[in-house]
Each structure stands twice: as C-alpha cells, then as structure tokens.
Design a protein around this ligand. Sequence first.
Ligand SMILES: [Zn+2]
Length: 197
Amino acid sequence: MKLDLNNWNGRVLVCAHCDDELLNCSSILQGSLVVIVTNGDLGRPIDCNMSVEEYAKERLAESTRVAARYDVAHLVLLEYSEVELNAGNPKILEKINNLLEYCNPETIYIHHWNSQHPGHKVLGQWALNNWADKYFTLYFCDQHHAPKENPVIGVSLGDEQWKKKLENILSFHTQSNWLPQHVMTNVGHFKEEGFWR
Ligand SMILES: [Zn+2]
C-alpha cells in the first residue's frame, strides 16, 4: 500500500460508513488519515434508481469530495460490503491492522464498542479487544451511542464550523431520505463532538 503521509498529523479515523467521518469527527478531519471500511451498500433506499454498484460508487465519491473540502491528509476506502463488516469478517480486521502497522499512528479514533449500529459496534469491539494496550492512544466516538460519562474531549462547533458541517451533511445526496431530518431533529448532538477513552 502506498500512502502519501507528508501532510499527515498522526491521527487515524476508522469509520464504518461514508458520512461517519463527518457526523462524528468534523472537528478533527483536517490533516487526518481517514479510513472508511465499507462501501455503504446496505444504506441504499428501496426506491433508489441506482444499482447497488452505482450507489456504492456514489457514496464513496461523496466522501471523497468531503475529504477534499476538509483537507484530509489521506482517504483510504476499503470498500467492503456492509454485510461483511456487520458479520465481523476477520479479513477486515487484518487489513486494518496492516494499515496501522504501516502508518504507525499516534492516535486512533473509532466507533464506540457499545454503539447501537452493528457495523460500528464491530469496529469498537475490535479496537477494545485488540488495540487497547498498543502504542497509539484510542478514542471512541459515535453518534449512535450516548455514553453517560462526559467525553474526555468535548468539542463545541463554532458557527462557521457548524455551517460547514451542515453544508457537507447535505451534500450526501445518497442519504437525503433520512440524514437531513435526523440531523435537524438532533442538532445539539451534532454540534457537540465527543471523544471517549
Ligand atoms: Zn455509520
């Protein structure tokens, strides 16, 4: 694997789906290496006029555009089917392990092990079981999980940051059947980004 890590800040964000990087981590996207594990194929609405392949391609393109707007150092698209991640396919864990060994990060941000989303939960559990005492620092973040404890790091987005985040959320046209409404009914939640240890 060839990665250009010249402008990299040492952070890796591991996300299950296209849009998780923005929903959970907009405040730390700049300069980070972002890994998106799946192609988001299961998110396809039933009335979608694109094939599964076209839909997945479009989701990856949406995240690629968001990554450019946020000056992400590098975007890695692993393009696994969501079914494989939800089932905890060990090949995916091996792939992520190889990537981490290759780039040697200082900090990793990943979904919470208690997330209500099955794909998120798999990643959080892997992190907890495999990487808790590795060389890097682990943080957990997830909009599908609301821990009772206060986050170790809490970020309140300023007006400009929120405006940019919202504009980019609305640019995920493949998710327009639910995402804008979900975000607008939970605005406070998306304006505050929390990172737990
Ligand atoms: Zn997700």
